[in-house]
Ligand binder design. Structure first.
Ligand SMILES: CNC(=N)NC(=O)NC
Length: 306
């Protein structure tokens, strides 16, 4: 079963999350972003979800406190069987390179604040920005300042996951397509990911556009090797694509006729590792209808299931 994963949270004038959770073409929704990272143990991270939330913050923090649309809509997403991941980073992030201690603090904060409701954690002062809703895991969209800290965060999150054996929690990452990815290569090599959705855009040589133009530098096959040599050889590898002309740098958008041969080749060549398609991002997809009135995500789902 191959999935369509989409980023949500940074779209221009975006509709509510519940709108996208009612779209049958979407399987995984990455909520972006936690875009300010702690620098010291005890620091709170910051968040940004575009036009969502009410603009209020927890005292003395950059963490949004009034994301009522999101806490109201996550139950709709769960009822529709969607996987909701909280995404860290994004291109405007201020990740800061973390020490092991800060990385573990950051992981604990995310788990106690956005993971399963935990009364003792709330008593200790952890906030619940999405109230009692729990996300299904965390996505690392690290665009700068990578390093060993992300491996420590993932290992710590995995420790927390083991305390909830009855619920599946995930870890995902969105590296750029050059290998090794400057930000996440250490974490991918040493820590356990479930999904790696490579941004096969914005860097020409390894891009999906290069594949369409007949170049041999598109590097999905090399990413398969990276995953199979990593701490998570069973991780699923997704082809990341812009969901509209303006969703990436000029020239990287592929229309559905250009995506067909790309998916056909790689689904057949790597049936075990191929996981699906990742799209940046939900609103660009929503506004990018084809002649039949299908959103770009629906066009991608059709290609995956043809
Ligand atoms: C503008 N930032 C991005 N395009 N970010 C991503 O594509 N992250 C997966």
């Amino acid at each position: 079963k191959s999935n369509v994963a989409v980023y949500y949270g940074q779209g221009a004038n975006q509709l509510r999350l519940s709108h996208f959770c009612q779209e049958t073409s979407l399987d995984i929704i990455n909520l972006g972003f936690i875009n300010v990272f702690p620098e010291e143990v005890g620091d709170w991270p910051g968040s940004n979800f575009g036009n969502q939330c009410d603009g209020t913050y927890y005292a003395d923090s950059l963490l949004l406190a009034g994301c009522h649309q999101i806490w109201e809509d996550i139950p709709v997403c769960k009822a529709m069987g969607k996987t909701i991941l909280l995404s860290l980073g994004g291109s405007s992030a201020d990740p800061g390179v973390m020490s092991h201690e800060v990385a573990e603090w950051f992981a604990d904060f995310l788990w106690y604040s956005f993971g399963p409701y935990n009364a003792s954690a709330v008593e200790q002062g952890f906030p619940r920005p999405f109230q009692n809703n729990s996300v299904d895991g965390f996505d690392f969209d690290i665009e700068s300042d990578g390093g060993h800290g992300y491996g420590s965060m993932i290992d710590r999150l995995r420790d927390h996951y083991t305390n909830y054996p009855e619920h599946q929690f995930y870890i995902s990452g969105a590296p750029q397509c050059p290998i090794p990815d400057l930000q996440l290569s250490y974490a991918i090599q040493n820590s356990h990911f479930d999904f790696i959705w490579v941004q096969f855009y914005n860097t020409f040589a390894c891009s999906a556009r290069a594949f369409v133009e007949g170049l041999t530098t598109f590097n999905f096959a090399s990413w398969v090797d990276v995953i199979q040599a990593s701490a998570n050889p069973d991780a699923k590898l997704y082809i990341g694509l812009p969901a509209g002309e303006a969703a990436a740098n000029a020239g990287y958008y592929l229309d559905e006729t250009e995506v067909w041969p790309l998916i056909s080749e790689y689904i057949q060549s790597y049936p075990d590792t191929f996981g699906g398609i990742m799209l940046w991002e939900a609103t660009a997809s929503e506004n990018n209808l084809d002649a039949r009135g299908l959103t770009y995500a629906e066009q991608m789902k059709e290609i995956l299931y043809h």
